[in-house]
Design a protein around this ligand. Structure first.
Ligand code: P1T
Length: 408
């Protein structure tokens, strides 16, 4: 009933193409899949790299005679390669790519109808909160929020009209973890869909479908692409009904990425494994440095034994990721001064690129959350979020050292 809006007949199938490509890669290891899944030498030229099929439409031999593609909103070969690659990395059956992470989220939320309810964790990207509160609410879909880590609270928040549980783990920006397996068990006992935003971990460190999630969503703008030159989104599911509904919506609403952006993303994915390893090594060194620093009140990094979810991180994830947040011991004025002092880190929104970024969530990524709600969640004016890049760690640490002297 959840997906009655999207009749199967209207779905334009591309599965034969992407499934064929996916098949051979199933047994391969992660790094190999990142480079090859969904990508074969071009059948006409032998081009090793998937071409940028920069076309809006496809010539048809006769009525009803096409080669699997009719119009690029419905499907495009470069995009099909990215979708198959994403599915292979998340170990799901179906991938779908979108013009942004928010477009992918919107496509998932379009599974819902007026009168439905979503339970969401309370620490999510500000734009996720914004789409729940300022878009979905107007369409009659209500969200309620529970403290990210408290598994029992998800069960308590379920109402008769709840259809979906929305998780982001690790959370943005406080790096809290949610036990996906436990929440999925609660959700499935009540026939609810579980969505996991896996942007922070990337499939290299966490594969939510294997832990019971029904849909995994990414802002591919971040680690997946990894070079801060694309806005994109993707989702993966193994649930055929869900796939068909969202595929229908993708074509109907049209929030698709262009061929060049999908190609750049495919190119970025090839180095995902090596990038993630270096992001993690640098982030761990940064977290340890901040932990010891006299001007740091608190460090949020799941790879520190002092993190409340350290044990969960060790079993749910295969690495701790490249994001570190911290509370600065000083005034807002000191933080404002610090923001101008960074030399290696750029003061910028976004994350997951090869270069280090520093963000002030209260005024940047989470500025759309009303101040009272934001502060109650711990997003104070002295909280800073670091996307630790893969530059030389000595340069990263000395930049932090000089920036932390702000206000002295
Ligand atoms: O920016 P876009 O590609 O639309 O992705 C949205 C999004 C979804 N999920 C998570 C966890 C995110 O972090 C984001 C985007 N986040 C930022 C821009 C940021 O700096 O946190």
């Amino acid at each position: 009933m959840l997906i009655a809006l999207f009749p199967k007949k209207c779905y334009i199938p591309f599965r034969p193409h992407s499934m064929r490509i996916l098949k051979g890669s199933e047994a391969m290891k992660f790094s190999t899949r990142a480079i090859h899944a969904g990508q074969e030498p071009d059948p006409t030229t032998g081009s090793v790299m998937t071409p940028i099929y920069q076309t809006s439409t496809y010539a048809q031999a006769g009525l009803g005679e096409n080669k699997g593609f009719e119009y690029s909103r419905s499907g495009n070969p470069t995009r099909a390669a990215l979708e198959a690659c994403m599915a292979a990395l998340e170990e799901g059956t179906y991938g779908l790519a979108f013009a942004s992470g928010m477009a992918a989220e919107t496509a998932i939320l379009a599974l819902l109808s007026a009168g439905d309810h979503v339970v969401s964790c309370d620490d999510t990207y500000g734009g996720t909160y914004r789409i729940f509160e300022r878009v979905m609410r107007r369409y009659g879909v209500e969200a309620s929020y529970v403290a990210a880590r408290n598994v029992a609270d998800y069960e308590k928040a379920i109402r008769p009209n709840t259809k979906m549980i929305w998780l982001e783990t690790p959370t943005n920006p406080l790096l809290g973890l949610i036990d996906i397996q436990k929440v999925a068990a609660i959700a499935h006992a009540k026939n609810l869909l579980v969505v996991v935003d896996n942007t922070f971990a990337s499939p290299y460190f966490q594969q939510p479908l294997k832990l019971g999630a029904d849909i995994v969503v990414h802002s591919t703008t971040k680690y997946i692409n990894g070079h801060s030159d694309v806005i994109g989104g993707a989702l993966v599911t193994s649930n055929e009904e869900v796939y068909q509904s969202i595929k229908f919506y993708q074509n109907a609403a049209g929030g698709v990425p262009g061929p060049f952006d999908t190609w750049l993303t495919l190119r970025g994915i090839k180095t995902l494994a090596v990038r993630m390893r270096q992001h993690e090594a640098n982030a761990l060194a940064v977290a340890q440095f901040l932990y010891e620093h006299p001007r740091v009140e608190k460090v949020y990094y799941p790879g520190l034994p002092s993190h409340p979810d350290y044990e969960l991180a060790k079993c749910q994830m295969s690495g701790f990721g490249g994001m570190v947040s911290f509370q600065f011991k000083g005034t807002y004025g000191d933080v404002a001064q610090m923001a101008r002092r960074f030399r290696v880190f750029a003061l910028a929104e976004s994350l997951g690129g090869v270069e280090s970024l520093v963000c002030h969530p209260a005024s940047m990524t989470h500025g759309s959350i009303p101040r009272a709600i934001r502060e109650a969640r711990g997003l104070t004016d002295t909280l800073l979020r670091l996307s630790v890049g893969i530059e030389d760690i000595e340069d990263i640490l000395s930049d932090l050292e000089q920036a932390l002297a702000a206000g002295r």
